[in-house]
Design a protein around this ligand. Structure first.
Ligand SMILES: Cc1cc2nc3c(=O)[nH]c(=O)nc-3n(C[C@H](O)[C@H](O)[C@H](O)COP(=O)(O)O)c2cc1C
Length: 331
């Protein structure tokens, strides 16, 4: 007999759900802090973390991925792997670390991940997928367990795959609306989601969808058209931690706000990661913030070789002197 689904925080957050997606090397604890401060989504996820790594002597090296701040809650740890016993152990560890939920990655298409049978490869081994879910649920205790996946491996098999997942006790499923084979090379297949919505409606499991949503207006439209329980957004957050704040648009953020965000984010990054993560990871963020004002292109070039928050500040001072305060007002 099917056991009761543990919903945890998923029961308490508003519906429809607006979730911040996990993005490796992007949504780390520093950026998530910025997001929580400037436009808090209903739920956030860590970057994916290897269960095998967490269950090995290498665990201390992975702890930088598991940092979070209280203001992020609810915060879900995302795990990848292919060994049920390591999901069980990692779930126990997630409880120790006081995460609000556990998400299983069944969608990553990257070869280094799929070649071991993890990520999207689990779509091809559905019974192992179920064992993994059961092991994670067993280790999770009162924490809810969810899955983020794709709508097929080589071709779209959304109904079959979602039906299979719904036979477990998942609190939520997020569908990235592309197949593994499609990577990120085609438009997300929003036209297919209704099949999954119908199946999930008969269960306690929440269904979220993800792919190509640029702003909350687009997200609202898809929620209305599809009847989905929620959406998850990823790349739209680049340079725009205000994404989930309904009172803000990309155009409404002034150059001053962007420059201060660059400094604040850089300082946070250094404070949180010290020497554990290379400052080079920050460059894509800094370049993404620098947009929409006079001289933004030049500022992006200036950010290409920064090595510390002090470098960022020095370049911004140089930029202000070069362009004058008026010329960097938003345009
Ligand atoms: C740089 C990058 C890193 C990603 N890392 C993860 C990850 O760790 N876990 C995961 O489930 N998905 C990951 N994804 C996929 C996103 O969460 C999301 O499913 C995908 O980008 C589609 O959403 P979007 O069109 O809103 O960007 C990543 C995507 C990008 C671009």
């Amino acid at each position: 007999m099917k056991k009761k689904v543990i919903k945890g925080f998923w029961n308490n957050i508003e519906k429809p759900v607006y979730a911040m997606a996990p993005m490796a090397d992007v949504t780390d604890a520093a950026f998530r802090y910025m997001i929580a401060k400037y436009g808090k989504p209903d739920v956030m996820f860590t970057e994916f973390v290897s269960c095998d790594g967490l269950c090995s002597a290498g665990r201390p090296n992975l702890m930088k991925y598991l940092l979070y701040n209280e203001i992020e809650r609810p915060i879900v740890i995302q795990l990848f792997g292919e060994k049920p016993e390591n999901f069980y152990k990692s779930a126990l560890f997630a409880r120790e670390l006081k995460f609000d939920g556990i998400d299983i990655n069944m969608g990553c298409p990257v070869k280094t991940v799929t070649k071991t049978g993890s990520g999207a490869a689990l779509i091809n081994t559905p019974e192992l997928g179920k064992e993994i879910i059961a092991a994670a649920i067993e280790g999770a205790g009162e924490l809810p367990v969810s899955v983020k996946t794709r709508i097929g491996y080589n071709s779209i098999t959304i109904a079959e795959w979602v039906e299979h997942l719904l036979e477990t006790n998942l609190a939520a499923i997020t569908l990235h609306l592309r197949t593994k084979k499609e990577m990120s090379n085609v438009q997300a297949h929003w036209e297919t989601v209704h099949e999954a919505v119908e199946l999930a409606r008969r269960t306690e499991t929440l269904l979220l969808a993800n792919g190509d949503l640029d702003d909350l207006d687009q997200a609202d439209k898809m929620i209305e058209e599809t009847g989905i329980d929620g959406v998850m957004m990823a790349r739209a957050i680049y340079g725009f931690p205000w994404l989930f704040d309904r009172s803000k648009t990309r155009e409404s953020i002034t150059a001053e706000q962007r420059l201060s965000a660059m400094i604040e984010h850089s300082r946070l990054y250094e404070k949180m990661f010290d020497s554990k993560k290379n400052f080079a990871v920050m460059i894509k963020h800094l370049r993404a913030y620098a947009t929409g004002f006079n001289g933004a292109k030049e500022l992006r070039v200036m950010m290409e070789d920064v090595k510390s928050s002090n470098d960022v500040i020095a370049k911004i001072v140089e930029f202000r002197n070069q362009y004058g305060i008026e010329s960097i007002s938003s345009c």
